[in-house]
Design a protein around this ligand. Structure first.
Ligand code: THU
Length: 146
């Protein structure tokens, strides 16, 4: 592993200003959530490897199983925007503490990130906590060993 990619345990891989920008983008995206069934609004913002931000919100459907989570919509926006790797994601929910991404979203995030990918969990107005994708999804499914 290259030294530049080696993370110091517990230290966020992006600076505080970038994290604040990402959380603000996720909060703004959450305002567009389409959640008439659960009333649980989620916003997500991804920082890609070119330092660009891509956002998503949850989009529910009357056929409930067709609902797509905010994180996966943000991934889709990142991919269509040309991103191939992600550095960080912020997810905003109103629960206390803020919710963690569902298992499906963790696996989709693992496709584009790595164990050190930063996952910032934030509330709509309050604090944010930093997590690593590798801690949220240890031993993610891969076709071959990395
Ligand atoms: N949801 C997300 O957007 N992300 C998650 O990681 C978990 C759940 C959405 C799906 C649904 O619209 C609502 O939250 C309640 O499950």
């Amino acid at each position: 592993m290259k030294a530049a990619r080696r993370a110091v345990a517990g230290r966020p891989s992006i600076g505080a200003p970038a994290r604040q920008t990402l959380v603000a983008a996720a909060r703004a995206a959450r305002r567009h959530a389409h959640a008439p069934y659960s009333h649980f609004r989620v916003g997500a913002a991804i920082l890609d490897d070119q330092d660009r931000v891509h956002v998503g919100c949850n989009v529910e459907n009357v056929s409930y199983g067709l609902t797509v989570c905010a994180e996966r919509n943000a991934i889709a926006a990142a991919v269509v925007g040309g991103a191939r790797r992600i550095r960080a994601i912020a997810v905003v929910t109103s629960t206390k503490p803020p919710a963690t991404p569902c298992g499906a979203c963790r696996q989709v995030l693992a496709e584009f990130g790595d164990e050190q990918t930063l996952v910032v969990l934030a509330s709509p107005t309050g604090t944010a906590t930093n997590h690593r994708l590798g801690a949220l999804l240890p031993e993610s499914f891969r076709l071959r060993p990395t």
